[in-house]
Design a protein around this ligand. Structure first.
Ligand SMILES: *Cc1c(COP(=O)(O)O)cnc(C)c1O
Length: 428
């Protein structure tokens, strides 16, 4: 396949946009080459500016769980757009999507909508600090919670890919309030709490990590965090921006039966439009302005087009209860297929999978945290990535990313992918 026009478009973009992209993970820095410019997408496929068709395993980094240009979402946006695109005044639609989200997710009474996952996590931490009247937070190395200053401390995927785990521009004053823990290591978290007694407002965690490849929590890890938080007056924040409405109707809280105090959403909840949200029980949410003193706002928050897309998405997921099992079955099928061909071709690898999230790591050791995720062989990954691109398969251009399986992917698409991986891995 040729990617000639994409390369030309990238050269033009580089002149006027830093690095030619509006979000660094889109660049092909870790794998080399020019990013693919998309013309359109439908179902499981992307159509690029050179006229190539690509099977998409990124799916806008998670939101398109039903596939691209899903008809009810597209229709909802078109109909709403005719009625005006933004008012800065309340609409009935906001209550409808809020009520539906609250009914789907366990353990939350109220939800507030924002414009991105970053905003959701940033606001959740402010709220936790306001509620507990404490300053520090614990985050895990390799977990990504958006690009707000307090989170850019060993922040996963994009930040690792670009070798700047601690970004310039984050002040020492901000960084000192973010304590860094090791994923899946409860003893480490206990020790941090002990050393910072009565100073920690919140532990924020991706309850299934997805930004250092896919790393499910070890047995007892989330339960242990819950207990430590309860024992020490700390709020537990589940960042379900990636996992919410993807791993189960009620997200990881439902899947593992562990309650968080505040939950953050993004990606799927917006149906492909810019949406984030954070939610909690009433006593916490009522601290937000205008009811309480914790300030949080947004000109375009609850935007009617975004809410219409999100509502159509959540309604579809709510009405089709079999979808999460169907996605998990497809992902398991892909897992088995990839495992078989990589083994046959004597490739050293580890595959992590949960629900519709899967990642392939080119190292034999179990991948359980940032350190083990970093051991994968990047030269092999580069060959893998570019080989698959030539076969018309698009995976994330970084070894630190999860693949997202969508309902639009057929078993023929999966078989085609497995065959392509067989072919490509013979060239390693
Ligand atoms: C994508 C992501 C974010 C950030 O969301 P944006 O909409 O990109 O700001 C936060 N947390 C997690 C777990 C994510 O995967």
């Amino acid at each position: 396949m040729l990617y000639k026009r994409s390369s030309q478009l990238f050269a033009e973009a580089e002149k006027v946009i830093p690095g030619g992209v509006n979000s660094p993970v889109r660049a092909f820095k870790a794998v080399g080459g020019a990013p693919i410019f998309v013309h359109s997408a439908k179902g499981a496929y992307l159509y690029d500016e050179d006229g190539n068709r690509l099977i998409d395993y990124i799916n806008s980094w998670g939101p398109m769980i039903l596939g691209h240009a899903f008809e009810p979402v597209v229709q909802a946006v078109i109909e709403k757009a005719k009625l005006g695109t933004s008012f800065g005044m309340p609409t009935e639609l906001e209550t409808q999507i809020a009520a539906l989200a609250v009914s789907m997710v366990p353990n939350i009474d109220k939800i507030r909508f924002v414009n991105s996952g970053t905003e959701a996590c940033m606001s959740a931490v402010r709220l936790a600090r306001g509620f507990t009247k404490k300053d520090k937070i614990i985050k895990f190395a390799g977990c990504y919670h958006g690009h707000s200053d307090s989170f850019l401390i060993q922040a996963g995927s994009g930040a690792i890919t670009f070798g700047s785990p601690n970004s310039p521009g984050v002040t020492a004053g901000t960084a000192k309030d973010t304590l860094l823990a090791t994923y899946n290591d409860l003893d480490n978290v206990s020790a941090l709490i002990e050393a910072n007694k009565d100073e920690i407002a919140a532990i924020i965690v991706e309850p299934v990590a997805g930004n250092m490849g896919c790393i499910p929590p070890n047995k007892g890890f989330l339960e242990g965090l819950r207990q430590l938080c309860t024992d020490n007056g700390i709020l537990l924040i589940f960042d379900e921006v990636m996992t919410g409405f993807r791993l189960a109707r009620g997200g990881v809280q439902e899947l593992f039966g562990v309650d968080a105090d505040i939950v953050c959403f993004g990606k799927v909840i917006g149906g492909g439009l810019p949406v984030g949200a954070f939610a909690a029980r009433e006593e916490i949410m009522n601290l937000l302005a205008p009811l309480g003193p914790v300030y949080q706002a947004g000109t375009l928050s609850g935007n009617p087009l975004a809410m219409a897309a999100g509502l159509a998405m959540l309604q579809t997921l709510d009405n089709d209860r079999a979808i999460f099992q169907r996605l998990a079955d497809k992902t398991a099928y892909l897992h088995e297929g990839i495992e078989k061909v990589l083994k046959a071709n004597n490739v050293v690898f580890t595959i992590n999978r949960i629900g519709s999230m899967i990642s392939v790591h080119f190292d034999a050791a179990p991948v359980v945290d940032l350190k083990s995720a970093g051991k994968g062989d990047n030269d092999t990954f580069k060959k893998f990535f570019h080989g698959l691109l030539q076969e018309g398969i698009y995976i994330a251009p970084s070894a630190y990313e999860t693949w997202f399986i969508t309902d639009a992917l057929s078993y023929e698409d999966l078989d085609f992918t497995i065959q392509a991986i067989d072919k490509v891995s013979k060239t390693f």
